[in-house]
Ligand binder design. Structure first.
Ligand code: GDP
Length: 458
């Protein structure tokens, strides 16, 4: 293990809480903490043990009663010596303890520095390190699961293995270069082709999962559009109020319902552009077609609502044309089911010639079915099983496509019989992308940019 200066940071959320945890990692982390800890001699304690004691000021007054947990290298998150100090969750106490640590020669950690050390010390690869950040930020079931899958090695193990095989081939191709004019082939071309094809087979579903992965992480931008009086604000309020009711029905939940967000089957729907909808009094909407198109452009999913009690068949036709032209996935929703007779319903269904989701927003009829349809739409459109390896990170996506493009060029080259130096060049590009993806090739800039996105203490 290389020399590593001791660092410390608050590992729990800042603010007031029952307890706060301060993490100290690096050379002498245990000995330094022990200098102002009164209790057992921490330097003599085995790894993974917790010890009650007090932390003292230089004048021996007590800062706090704490629990100090000792982790010895390499059996810790950073693979360095680590002490986790659990103290009372007061900002004052936390500050006092950190000040004491700094006075003893410990440096305050930068954001992500613990995870960066864990990565540099081989605890996990880069994709997994980034998953740690996602895991911390995850706030829905699906994003939590996607981050966990990556953390457990999701797709990177397979790519690391394939990259190694490709390196072996590149070495052989480059050996051919040394023989210049002589017509030798050390690298078996058919096997090389097979390897490249199998790498691309691994890459493609990952690249495709990016769109779905993004949905999981950032939510589905959803917009409710329709003519004035279709019932848009009534529907919005009905969905949001039921959401509040659902959340407060779950015992022990304290999550605040965020305005304009719905969680359905663990998927987050972000209802966008609802400002004018919320209050039913805000009725300046002479929403022209252009305005509606603009709203739909920003959305990933459209709920097209119409007033089934009053819409003419011509207007329904026009509405359908409009929503088709937007090219967005949409649900066609007929409102005011309560004010509708069967004949009219059938007539509208015949005109639409596609499935209509019938609801009554005012009476909360069929809202469960509407929610199920929303969730279903996202799952089938995205065509990914949530929980399988999902790429949610732009950096991963760029390197995956970079690898894929380079391999496509190399395969073309093989088919047209290019010289080994051209082939080697494309393969090198592919290896570079793969290496940067999994973190086997890194630059300081890259590492700094990745780990600085973490919060302090991680
Ligand atoms: P918006 O202009 O599209 O936002 O429409 P509103 O939500 O303001 O609704 C327009 C009118 O339709 C209001 O008077 C609502 O009470 C009424 N309305 C909304 N949903 C229903 C429904 O399901 N059934 C009936 N009968 N009336 C509804």
């Amino acid at each position: 293990m290389l020399h590593s200066e001791p660092i410390a940071a608050l590992a729990t959320a800042p603010g007031i809480g029952a307890i706060a945890v301060i993490r100290v990692s690096g050379d002498d982390a245990i000995a330094i903490t022990n200098r102002f800890f009164r209790g057992k001699d921490l330097t003599q304690q085995p790894t993974h043990t917790a010890h009650f004691g007090t932390l003292r000021n230089p004048d021996d007054t007590i800062i706090d009663e704490v629990l100090a947990t000792v982790f010895r290298a390499p059996r810790s998150f950073t693979k360095e010596d680590v002490v986790e100090i659990s103290c009372h969750g007061s900002e004052f106490i936390v500050r006092q303890i950190l000040q004491r640590l700094v006075a003893e020669g410990v440096r305050l950690a930068r954001p992500g520095e613990f995870t960066q050390r864990a990565f540099l010390n081989g605890q996990f690869d880069l994709v997994q390190a980034e998953a740690v950040a996602d895991l911390i930020a995850s706030d829905s079931d699906a994003s939590h699961r996607a981050a966990l899958t990556q953390l457990r090695g999701g797709f990177s193990k397979q790519l690391i293995d394939l990259r190694q095989q490709l390196i072996d081939f590149v070495a052989l191709v480059e050996l051919e270069l040394d023989f210049g004019e002589e017509d030798v082939e050390f690298a078996h071309r058919d096997q090389l082709r097979q390897l490249m094809l199998s790498i691309r087979r691994v890459l493609h579903p990952l690249i495709e999962s990016f769109a779905a992965g993004n949905v999981i992480k950032n939510g589905v931008a959803t917009v409710i559009v329709g003519k004035p009086n279709a019932g848009k604000s009534t529907l919005l309020n009905a969905l949001l109020n039921e959401e509040k009711a659902i959340v407060s029905d779950i015992p022990g939940t304290t999550r605040d319902v965020i305005e304009d967000e719905l969680f359905i089957d663990g998927i987050r729907f972000r209802l966008i552009d609802t400002a004018g909808l919320r209050s039913a009094t805000d009725k300046i909407e002479a929403i022209g077609i252009e305005r509606t198109q603009q709203k739909m452009r920003d959305a990933a999913l459209v709920i097209y609502l119409f007033d089934a009690a009053s819409i003419s068949t011509d207007d329904l036709q026009a509405a359908l044309t409009e929503v088709h032209e937007s090219g967005k996935p949409y649900l066609l929703v007929g409102n005011k089911l309560d004010a509708l007779d069967t004949a009219r319903k059938q007539q509208l269904e015949a005109v639409a010639d596609e499935s209509i989701h019938w609801i009554s927003a005012a009476q909360h009829t069929n809202l469960d079915a509407l929610r199920a349809a929303l969730s279903n739409r996202v799952r089938t459109d995205a065509a990914v099983q949530i929980g399988s390896a999902v790429v949610t990170n732009v950096r991963h996506h760029d390197h995956l496509t970079g690898t894929d493009n380079a391999l496509a060029r190399a395969l073309d080259g093989l088919d047209s019989g290019v010289t080994p130096d051209w082939l080697a060049m494309d393969l090198r590009v592919a290896l570079q992308h793969l290496g940067e993806l999994t973190g086997q090739i890194t630059t300081d800039d890259l590492l700094d940019s990745i780990f600085s996105k973490f919060c302090i203490g991680k």
